[in-house]
Design a protein around this ligand. Structure first.
Ligand SMILES: [Fe+2]
Length: 200
């Protein structure tokens, strides 16, 4: 997808932030400010990256940095869809473009901890126009569900090519971990078919 003017300006802004510092807390704070402004400007995503799938939530790439240092995605849940409990292994900022999402967070187990049930760390319903820092590398475990009667669309910014890096899926009841790579979905052109994607 070729970014339009407003999205290209946002991409340029994030590029500048990412190129200025390696501090995840500084990056996410500044990216969140810019994403809030983008959403407040009534920016409209192209329709081909806001279409849900009946099978699972989908990740459309809006921009992937040539060096894979960060990526921008439109993530779409159909009504009632939810993610498994998952991690991101990098920083992330999420803005709600339409609909609403319910997020349940968990404390990230440290490498030294034995496998044991995950500890819930709060929940929140995020609504249109709101922006949240979903992740830093040390605090990145959650599950997300679309709530309400319309699909949920989020604009997500991550500190890596989120579709290609290896990440963790958790069984919250036991703490068991499975590795996965989410992949990317192709924008839904008319009559086209979504490419499969396992999990976010
Ligand atoms: Fe997530």
């Amino acid at each position: 997808m070729k970014p339009d003017g407003a999205l290209q300006t946002f991409i340029d802004d994030v590029e500048l932030v990412v190129g200025t510092t390696d501090d995840e807390y500084e990056i996410t704070k500044r990216v969140a400010e810019r994403l809030s402004a983008l959403l407040a400007s009534d920016y409209r995503l192209p329709p081909e990256v806001t279409r849900p799938s009946n099978e699972h939530h989908v990740n459309y790439p809006l921009y992937i940095a040539p060096d894979n240092s960060w990526s921008l995605a439109s993530v779409v849940w159909n009504v009632g869809q939810r993610t498994p409990v998952h991690g991101h292994e990098t920083w992330g900022v999420v803005g709600i473009y339409s609909g609403a999402e319910h997020e349940l967070r968990y404390a990230k187990p440290t490498a030294a901890e034995s496998v044991r049930p995950l500890t819930p760390a709060g929940e929140h319903v995020w609504e249109r126009g709101q922006v949240t820092v979903c992740c830093t590398t040390d605090d990145d475990v959650h599950t997300v569900a679309a709530v309400g009667n319309v699909p949920t669309v989020g604009i997500h910014v991550y500190g890596a090519n989120i579709g290609t890096i290896e990440r963790r899926l958790y069984d919250p009841a036991t703490g068991a971990v499975r590795r996965f790579v989410s992949g990317w979905n192709a924008p839904a052109v008319d009559g086209g078919h979504l490419q499969p994607s396992s999990d976010r």
